[in-house]
Design a protein around this ligand. Structure first.
Ligand code: NAD
Length: 360
């Protein structure tokens, strides 16, 4: 298969971690007989420096013409970098927001997986962490409270602020379909999270999710109220497979789920539209404090590349091979500095990429 991939190396550690993901993808291509065709575009600070804007129209067109986008991370030190003296619409993040909008990326996927070897970093009680967990938060990304009408008004001397939470059936249906599709590639369980005891938007959410579920008789569906879900994530995370939820609930729950893994350098993410197209990036930022030192952990980006193979190219076997190689390297006790523990061998970013590629 030919995989046409637009690559955004980005800022800070971005170029270092993306190089390692490409090293691993190249090994997959060699081993499984695929062709990885990469086209680089600039975004964020690198694009501001070269073109004066965080994302050019040409870069958007290049990304649209690809099958998927693989990204490092963008941005600099927000206190000291001159990029943050620019107007908000010219700062690095504006490039990413624009790209998400242009590509209509409405589904955000963030897996939270606890590696046995890293269980000590998990802040939960040992009796809970010893059960392990492997879940994926599917968050609606372009609707709900963050995109509804808002205003602040003063009436009779009292100021009040109003935000509106709107979801249409179409918006709910398309994210629910994504959720069930992804669950089919995993443990075949969807937990739909809402606040249907209070919110009309949640009652519609629940109704549409139930309609969609009828097309997926092989996937189990349960509903959970968001406050209970927040508790269950720290009480019994092993119960979850796919958590399907709206924008604001997903924003909060996905951060909670990533914190319980205890290791930010390990967490991948994907943003999808209603085709097979997706943008794949680590959950962490550009870590300007360690840029250029060859000490960043490239695993989140490597696992994002695995997600890209699984969701944009349907190459499940190849994605499994990457995930198994990551596990093996951890079992062999190789660690980058951020996940280092006693008795392990400390390796740099580039060596970690090589170790993983060698095990494919
Ligand atoms: P950050 O995630 O970049 O760093 C937080 C801490 O985690 C730092 O100490 C860093 O060294 C460490 N860290 C992060 N990734 C690591 C890795 N792979 N290996 C080892 N250590 C790692 O968060 P921040 O410092 O708040 O943000 C830095 C910049 O990144 C900002 O400009 C921010 O806006 C940007 N950012 C970009 C994205 C994105 O591109 N999607 C996401 C979040 C933050």
């Amino acid at each position: 298969m030919k995989c046409r991939i637009t690559v955004i190396k980005g800022d800070g550690i971005g170029p270092e971690i993306v190089a390692e993901a490409q090293k691993v993808l190249d090994k997959i291509a060699l081993k499984f007989g695929h062709v990885m065709e990469y086209t680089d575009i600039l975004m964020g600070g690198a694009s501001i420096d070269a073109c004066g804007v965080p994302l050019t129209e040409e870069a958007i067109e290049t990304a649209k013409a690809a099958d998927a986008v693989l990204m490092g991370s963008i941005g600099g030190n927000t206190s000291t970098s001159p990029w943050y003296k620019l107007a908000p619409n010219l700062r690095p993040e504006a490039g990413l927001l624009r790209l998400r909008k242009e590509l209509n990326l409405f589904a955000n996927l963030r897996p939270a997986y606890l590696y046995e070897e890293l269980a000590k970093a998990c802040p939960l009680k040992e009796e809970i962490s010893s059960q392990g967990f492997d879940m994926l938060i599917m968050r609606e990304l372009t609707g709900g409270l963050y995109f509804g009408e808002r205003k602040t008004v003063t009436e009779n001397g009292i100021t009040k602020a109003i935000d509106t939470l709107t979801y249409s059936e179409e918006e709910i249906r398309r994210i629910a379909i994504k959720g069930f599709d992804v669950a089919r590639k995993r443990k075949k369980k969807v937990t739909s999270v809402d606040k249907a005891n209070v919110l009309d938007s949640s009652r519609l959410w629940r109704k549409i999710v139930e309609e969609v579920a009828k097309d997926y008789p092989d996937v189990a569906l349960e509903h959970m109220l968001v406050d209970n879900c927040a508790m269950q994530l720290v009480k019994d995370p092993a119960q979850f497979d796919v958590i399907l939820t709206e924008n604001m609930f997903g924003d909060i729950l996905s951060d909670e789920a990533s914190m319980v893994t205890g290791s930010i350098g390990m967490l991948s993410s994907a943003s999808l539209n209603d085709t097979k197209f997706g943008l794949y990036e680590p959950s962490h930022g550009s870590a300007p404090d360690i840029a250029g030192m060859d000490i960043a952990n490239p695993i989140a980006t490597i696992l994002s590349a695995a997600m890209m193979l699984r969701y944009s190219f349907d190459l499940d076997r190849e994605a499994d091979a990457i995930e198994a190689a990551v596990k093996q390297v951890l079992q062999e006790n190789f660690r980058t500095g951020d996940i280092m523990s006693e008795g392990c061998t400390k390796v740099g970013c580039s060596q970690m990429g090589t170790l993983i590629a060698d095990r494919i």
